[in-house]
Design a protein around this ligand. Structure first.
Ligand code: PEP
Ligand code: MG
Length: 578
């Protein structure tokens, strides 16, 4: 099956079919003399859930972080709550209905009460209750629960869709490939798969209906193909391709210490995009000259409370300390909303989340959360070279407002004698068409621009970046997109500030020469993509690149541009095909 190549690499393994569909549970009346038996059945299920959780806590204590353990401990407390138990046993006795029906009813009522609460902490417990409900129902019905955290052997994950928060919390050690019906190349699920270097093919429409647990499957993230139930010879072919791929990756590591400069000496910066603090090690290993985008919102996407100031400070300081002496660290302020919903925060239920309450829009209406984040960043700034970047800026007012909040937080730090880097640079992402059109106005007020092509393309062409049905329209080579890129880069340079790109376009070698030619100063991408891009940069001259860009800017369709660039590259490199 042919899908979207979302994360490179090749994997051969057994299918683990993950279903997020809701359970169909039975609902029926029982006789009075069956009540005791039903209550015993419920108590046994609770006991089995408790044992599962204790076992999971043991495992988590050894392998995962404090936060994951806290979540399991919260679930344990909930399952042992006498009030929950008595409401359910009373319900079974009074209504003479089966345990599944009463469990569903009682916990749904509790969930509703929490959803309506004013207290944020209580609201966030909703996901925990839903999880507990699912665990009890599965045990009552003797259905094995598929949980991504519990996976204990190497598998290829096949599902209809996966949330970024699920990718974040799954047991990545054992997930050797991801194959989904839904998704696009720049969906956050794809971005995370690349971060964790898990081969992934997305947008396959109905693959989850075509496989069963335990089937063998080949995932070729380089070509965007999967092969279901392959025969011996196909497996052998892919084993060979895997070896070639590993060799190719090893050869690239030879470029690790060489500068990112063209044959005629034009230098650019190759930076890393990271989603979790530990990824900074991969950035260093791939020779990144700094972090061009740290997506800080991933600290907030785990179920549980909003990340505390201390937790954020630790994460930011960790990244800064590990990059000290190697390059700057650009931390983007929280960009939740869209496909990155905070589990349990029901305010994200919107008709149109992509055009909705996202990023700085969220931060400016939740200044409590925003201020804590800025304070944690300022405190961490003494450990290295920090830059702060604001996402989804759509106009001058928004930019002024976020800069003002930053000034207020700086002032309160000064008053409290908290040291921070007074020279901290601030930048704006350009990922909304209105911001691209006024990028000259924005450039005057900040120290750098960073183009977020993932969103800029989605909003310019009006094509949802995660929707596989219209993925064919998502074309970085669209002349409209290219005109925006040229305009933003020229505007940045007119006001003497560097222009970076941290969208996925920066990581795809097919665009590298064009972006060089347009004058891009910094390319930021997932660490594993850096060396391939460096190889291209080191093999061309800036004059050739400028000529290519000029020729392309005069072309009228993305199809023509794509053909032309592929031919151009194909004549010079072996990795492109027409
Ligand atoms: C972008 O939009 O290009 C970007 C880098 O931000 P994100 O992918 O997190 O939306
Ligand atoms: Mg974006």
């Amino acid at each position: 099956m042919k899908g979207i190549s979302a994360s490179p690499g090749i994997s051969i393994g057994k299918v683990f079919l993950y279903s997020t569909q809701t359970l169909n549970f039975p609902s029926y009346s029982i006789e009075e003399d069956e009540v005791d038996g039903e209550i015993t059945r419920f108590n046994n299920a609770i006991e089995r859930v408790r044992r599962d959780l204790v076992e999971l806590a043991e495992k988590t204590r050894k392998t995962a972080g404090k936060k994951d353990l806290e979540i399991i401990e919260t679930h344990l407390m909930m399952i042992e709550d006498p009030d929950l138990k008595s409401q359910i046993t009373q319900g079974i006795a009074e209504e003479c209905r089966n345990a599944e029906h009463i469990v569903e009813h009682v916990i749904s009522m509790m969930t509703k009460t929490l959803e309506d609460a004013d207290d944020e902490y209580l609201k966030e417990r909703v996901v925990d209750l839903i999880d507990i409900q699912s665990r009890i129902l599965h045990h009552l019905m003797y259905i094995e629960r598929t949980s991504l955290v519990d996976i204990k052997e190497e598998v290829i994950l096949v599902a209809q869709n996966l949330l970024p928060s699920e990718v974040l919390t799954m047991n990545k050690k054992y997930i050797k490939g991801i194959v989904l019906d839904a998704g696009g190349k720049t969906s956050h699920t794809a971005i995370l798969a690349r971060s964790f270097e898990i081969p992934a093919v997305l947008g396959l429409s109905n693959v989850s209906k075509k496989v069963r647990n335990g089937n063998t499957i080949v995932v070729d993230g380089n070509q965007g193909t999967v092969i279901l139930r392959p025969g011996r010879s196909v497996i052998d072919t892919y084993k060979l391709r895997l070896e070639e791929w590993i060799k190719h990756e090893k050869d690239l590591l030879g470029l690790h210490n060489l500068p990112a400069e063209t044959k005629d000496g034009h230098k650019v910066m190759l930076m890393a995009n990271i989603e979790i603090p530990e990824e900074v090690n991969s950035a260093v290993a791939h020779g990144a000259s700094g972090i061009g985008l740290y997506r800080s919102e991933f600290l907030f996407l785990r179920p549980g409370e909003v990340a505390s100031e201390e937790e954020q400070f630790d994460a930011y300081a960790y990244v800064l300390k590990h990059m000290k002496g190697k390059g700057p660290v650009t931390i983007r302020t929280i960009d939740v909303g869209g496909d990155k919903v905070i589990p349990g925060l029901k305010d994200f239920d919107e008709e149109n989340p992509i055009l909705g309450w996202r990023a700085v829009r969220f931060c400016l209406s939740r200044k409590d959360i925003f201020r804590i984040q800025l304070r944690a960043m300022l405190r961490a700034s003494v450990y290295g070279s920090l830059k702060i970047m604001f996402p989804m800026i759509s106009g001058g007012e928004e930019l002024e407002n976020v800069l003002q909040v930053l000034e207020e937080v700086k002032e309160s730090c000064r008053q409290e004698k908290i040291p921070f880097d007074e020279e901290i640079q601030v930048g704006s992402m350009i990922e909304v068409p209105s911001a691209a059109l006024i990028s000259d106005i924005i450039a005057k007020k900040v120290d750098f621009l960073s183009i977020g092509t993932n969103d800029l393309i989605q909003y310019t062409i009006a094509v949802d970046r995660g929707n596989e049905k219209i993925a064919y329209l998502y074309q970085p080579f669209h002349p409209g997109v290219l005109r925006f890129l040229k305009m933003i880069i020229d505007n940045g340079h007119q006001f003497d500030i560097p222009v970076a790109m941290c969208g996925e376009m920066a990581s795809d070698p097919i665009f590298t020469v064009l972006l060089l030619g347009l004058g891009l100063d910094e390319f930021s991408m997932s660490p594993a993509a850096i060396l391939e891009v460096k190889k291209i940069i080191r093999s061309v001259t800036i004059t050739e690149a400028r000529e290519l860009a000029e020729t392309i800017m005069d072309m009228d369709t993305y199809t023509k541009i794509d053909e032309y660039v592929r031919k151009w590259l194909n004549e010079r490199f072996d990795i492109f095909s027409t």
